[in-house]
Design a protein. Sequence first.
Lengths: 334, 337, 296
Amino acid sequence: MAKGNTFLYYGKKLLLFFVSVFVLSAVVFFVSRLAPGDPLRAYYGDRVEKMSPQERAWAEERLGLDEPIAVQYARWLGGALRGDFGISYKYKLDVWEVIRSRVGNTLLLGGTGFVLIFTLAPLLGVLCAWQEDRALDRLVCKAGTVSSCIPEFWLSLVLILVFAAGLRWLPSSGAYSIGGGGAADRAVHLILPLAVVVIGHLWYYAYMVRNRILEEVRADYVLLARSKGLPRRRVLFRHCLRNAAPSYLSLMAVSVPHVLGGTYIVETVFSYPGLGTLSYESARYKDYNLLMLLCMLSGILVIVCSILAQVINEQIDPRLRTREAAEPPEVTER
Amino acid sequence: MPELLEVNHLSVSFFTGGGEVQAVRDVSFSLGAGEVLAVVGESGCGKSVLCRSIMGLLPRTARIKSGSILAAGRDITACGERELCRLRGSLFSMVFQDPMTSLNPVMSVGAQIAEAVRARQPGLSRSALRGRVAELMELVGIDRPEERMDLCPAGFSGGMRQRSVMAIALAGNPRILFADEPTTALDVTIQAQILDLLREIQGKLGTAAVFVTHDLGVVARVADRVAVMYAGRIVETGTAEEIFYDPRHPYTWGLLQALPALNRGRDSLRAIPGMPPTLIDPPRGDAFACRNAFALAIDYEQAPPMFRVTDTHYAATWLLDERAPRITPPVGGGLDG
Amino acid sequence: MAEEILLEVQDLTHLFPLTKRAVVRAVDGVSFQVRRGEIFGLVGESGSGKSTVARCVMNLYRPRGGRILYKGIDVCDPAAFRANRRMLQRTRQMIFQDSGSSLNQRMRVWEIIAEPLRIQRIAPPRGSLREEAAFQMHYVGLDAGYLDRYPPELSGGQRQRVAIARALAMEPELLVADEPIASLDVSIQAQIVNLFKHLQQEHGFSFLFIAHDLAMVEFLCDRVGVMYRGRLVEAGPAAEVFAHPGHPYTRALLSSIPIPDPRRERARRPEIFSGEALGGRLAETGPGHYVLREEG
């Protein structure tokens, strides 16, 4: 591909990114304001019920809630472009501060979950493809299908009942014990939520890997590779897995938001102090500024990952690349 | 003298949802060192399955039911996958029909050839490996190999890809080369080049070859000996001259008669009526009987044994029994006869 | 000599975009005529553009240049096409190479055969649509027992017969067949070629037969056109072209036909065509025999 084309290509992707982010901000802003609920409750708590109409009007004016929604949005957008996202009504702090105290926990849970899924899925997929249609493959396929069908909140509750309430092996909620806070303590608190995140997502990706590899195994070149005298294992890893890798990478890029979404649900069930619980609270209490920033951050992650997946698909997979480049100057017979 | 490859009473079946498909039924043949055998037949007659069962590359649904395969003195049917793996590439290797799909699309051609070389000579240095790859590419007639070995198959034409596949197959100096319809997917103007190249290399290296094909023109060009297969069985075997100039089995007659070259000036081609039987429940007696204008009553009852015509020429038809009526073959003697 | 010309292809050109800038000239200035009641064979190697010509003739592709006159109507002209739509769709029929994928797998054989009649709302001449299908099947040598079968239950040869029956049910005046025997077994190929020859004699339709198997083309066709890289390099009566090929590519192609006779085949030395001499225009070298020649 020529240099100018590459520039144009990434320029288009960048433009796509900005347009998507803008549309996302507008949609989230208007939808959140159309939903019923009282934002003043987040700021003033129960005092809201005792407020007189004058007091309410004054409070709304102070928080800038009395103006038309479009004006509010324009003001928000102006602030956002300068990096000022306002304060959280509930915590009375800069929203960045609120998020900063929580983001580590979510990254720990979601990141570890993602890494586990990312590494376990190909292993499990290859194992199943290798054992295709034998007892192990069938067993894993059935178990996997069942596991991916279980709703996360239900699985969380069952695990809490068994391991926390029943056996008392593991804590049922939170990210660390009150007062304590060593690495071991944090790890113990991580086990149950992490298990739910991994169990809920792993099979979906492992199954994709399995089928993708089986597709490659059926190709003619596998027969040629084996007739060269390569062992089946080598053919599977050097040829099939390698050819399946680009589509796996793009799949994983799309999976980031998928796993993140799962993490949010799990966080709320385990009262794990991460962005998931924070989003839930901010939506519930109409903590607009906090909700906006959380949505924007999650949204940007989703958009970046989707664009990344597109780029992987279009640029990395050499089959798509060579097909375009190599057609006319074919090396032909003399 | 012990033959290089000896197949005795081999039967291979596929076990599918619809029942047992008897793809190869009681097939015996032998192949001498440096010899070229062509296996001719229609699709589904078991000729490809025959090759794959010798290479140990059958899918898991297929099983060798009985018989033995002796290659260079050892029984392949008794070998485990590990041992077969050692034999593939060095004792025998294979060229496939479609060069468009038989190369890995995302790996450079040179790397794919190198892989085959390394499977035999693991200790080779990088530069020696490149040298050997270039040598192989030159052997199969690819010019300027140094430049081309780093290209992906997408940059190669069909003929060049088939040459690359041949380089891969020859990398381990195999003693037997299987070629499964090696020219069917190629353009006619390239077919002869590839066949001549295969013959030339085979003569140079002393490799024995088994050509699987449905094209009698290919057979005429390359084969020393021919085996005609029908419905999983070998029905006639002999030298190329014997098969083309003195065929004895009615199916061989039918194949030859149907060729347009032997129908010049006629209003219609002399086609074989009907179609091949399914091998899930093959008919009793001679499977060809119901399409055979010369069928005898016994053909429907009992499968004919191999009758000897000469020391090299055998045919499985009751017409060769001494009690059968004498029939003048409708073809034979080639285009001039 | 005043034979009626049914199909006239004039200077047909079709391009396929490869990337945004590069294009492939799949068909480049091809002209030929098919007379009423003759079998015209179009031969060439893969990528020579012969299938593209067939698809342009059938209005499946819209050509970038040139005209296709069918019964004097320019089928590439949208207005002319609309005005004669029914006639054009009815009297031109096509058969594809792989009837395993060109027939709908979820339709019964009789529904496939009768579908064009149903779509064109033609009253079946033999009573019901089913009876019409049974008649056509008998005609192409298929047992009536297959009426209620689905295509995957049939063999390749039988499916191709279904495709032929479907085309013939419309009583076409032009039948276009794109490699109709290439995916069939040797013993079945001869049956289908015989069937084509027989049916053509019975019906008298014109037949554009596209193939790469030269021996079959020589046997079946009255006239042939030879294509190479999108250009028609030679056209003329089959016997004449096969006996006295004028263009070096035709000579290379003919010399590559394998001979089923070991002594002769081993003595055969195919000519190699180096790819030159593709310029110029068709010049008449014998009665009705045209060869691509450099001008001047």
